[in-house]
Design a protein around this ligand. Structure first.
Ligand SMILES: Cc1cc2nc3c(=O)[nH]c(=O)nc-3n(C[C@H](O)[C@H](O)[C@H](O)COP(=O)(O)O)c2cc1C
Length: 142
């Protein structure tokens, strides 16, 4: 059984709702899931997983959240990430989703295999939640 971990940061709940839909898709694929807010996550939650989903809002100058999420992600810079499958998800107010494009570039630099991404404006619509669930299923199917 594949082990999939979701690590996200959310304050207002928009990113958390996306995380829960991605989790549904992962469960549909028959995988084992660990889902954590980043303040409870450890590096091992990622290194021991077969694939990972990371979620963040765009915060403070169109970047991923910088107090907890960015330092967590930066820990992987010097680790052998071995092209691990990653799904990126998040929500923005006004940047049009640019933050997730930059995040994707960074994760590729860190030798992750970004298999999908979804960025929504504020709260996700029902269609976006469906897409998030599909991406969760895709992440866990390999
Ligand atoms: C303090 C703060 C800073 C923000 N900075 C940005 C930003 O730089 N660019 C942007 O597009 N949206 C920004 N937003 C909007 C959030 O990305 C958006 O509301 C998101 O849905 C929040 O996710 P959450 O509900 O999971 O916390 C900011 C919101 C807050 C509260």
């Amino acid at each position: 059984m594949k082990k999939i971990t979701i690590v996200y940061w959310s304050n207002g709940g928009n990113v958390e709702v996306l995380a829960n839909s991605i989790a549904e898709g992962i469960k549909d694929a028959g995988a084992e899931i660990t889902i954590k807010h980043v303040n409870e996550a450890q590096v091992e939650d990622v290194t021991s997983a077969d694939a990972v989903a990371f979620g963040s809002p765009s915060m403070d100058n169109n970047r991923i959240e910088q107090q907890q999420m960015e330092p967590f992600i930066n820990q992987f810079k010097l680790l052998p990430n071995d092209n691990k499958r990653v799904l990126l998800f998040g929500s923005y107010g006004w940047d049009g989703g640019n933050f997730i494009e930059e995040w994707e570039t960074k994760m590729k630099d860190y030798n992750f295999n970004v298999i999908g991404k979804i960025a929504v404006n504020e709260a996700p619509s029902p269609e976006e939640l469906k897409r998030a669930k599909e991406l969760g299923k895709k992440l866990a199917t390999f």
